[in-house]
Design a protein around this ligand. Sequence first.
Ligand code: GAL
Length: 397
Amino acid sequence: MILRKVVLIPFVLLCIAQSPTMRGQTTLAATPPMGWNSWNHFAEHVTDADVRTAADLMVSTGMRDAGYIYVNVDDTWQGTRDANGELHPNSRFPDMKKLGDYIHSKGLKFGIYSSPGPKTCGGYEGSLGHEVQDAQMYASWGVDFLKYDLCSMQDPMRELTAKNNGNTDAAFKMMIDAFRKMGDALKATNRPILYSLCQYGIAEPWKWGPSVGAQMWRTTDDINDTWGRMTIIGLEQADLAPFAAPGHWNDPDMLEVGNGHMTTDEYRTHMSLWALLAAPLLAGNDLSKMSPEDKSILLNKEVIAIDQDPLGKQPTRLYQRGDFSVWTKPLADGRVAVGMFNTALDSRDVALDLTQIGFAQGATLHDVWENKDLGKRTGIYSRNIPKHGVVLLILSK
Ligand code: GAL
């Protein structure tokens, strides 16, 4: 996995210089995509029946009506290619067109997964050499979303890098060309298929993702359902704010809310960070076992509205003082969302200077998680924040 952490700025700048159209198809992802993906809960065991049940539950739990529209089948649906190169799903997925029809009949959209390499990360069939054929097949199945995961393409990239004495230029070009190839193939189908890059942030995809037709790109390696991993990812996104905008989004990976290994405060921190970051909200929990707390987090209308704000701005990290950080995100209607995060191992009294965030005359405060108006405040606003907790506020003049 050596290449996962490597970035090469000069090559990326070259790509930008060669890409007159930096904006993707804005209509496809005017706000960050929302949905559910099979991987975080079902991983390689997912079946057609699981996905149909998930679609039913997206409706009955209120997820669909809250905006979670995509139902995405991740890795391990693939079978083998026939003599014509046509890829057939494996026995756990008897009929992808019918599955897509079922998902659509629920008012939802159908997502799928592949790799530019010969194999996916799970060792299943990738799209290398079959990009156009696969894209046409997805379109014929009614696919609305493709997650395209680098996986086995890292092998030839490593070989090329070694051949070039550690210089990654050619390997990165190989990768970007491969992502462009599928982007072009999707465009040629004339079906609006949202294109989601998954290559763990290698070579700064936020700088060239739009030029290969992508609407979102992973910025990091995988998330998992732990406080440590979630915060490492969420809190390292501060510098990427300039690269998110309507039509193309930084993706710090899918949500773990509801998967059971974080506390309610920690999941609130997770959801608050992702909403402030204008991140795609792809839930990855077992929808049949949503606790009232999970629902109160994933279905919180105000938090979702912060994520989906039409201005599409990522937040600025105003400051980080030890375990306390403050993030501010301007909203389209002139209000400002503010996240106060306490990553310490105990509760902390923390203070927010309203003047410092542009409210010298004071602000009217609304606490999002408490769903409570806090009235007009001036100067310093102090709160006690629990261990690993967040106070999420909306400020207006
Ligand atoms: C990883 C990817 C995960 C999941 C997995 C499937 O590379 O980051 O989100 O898709 O592959 O094998």
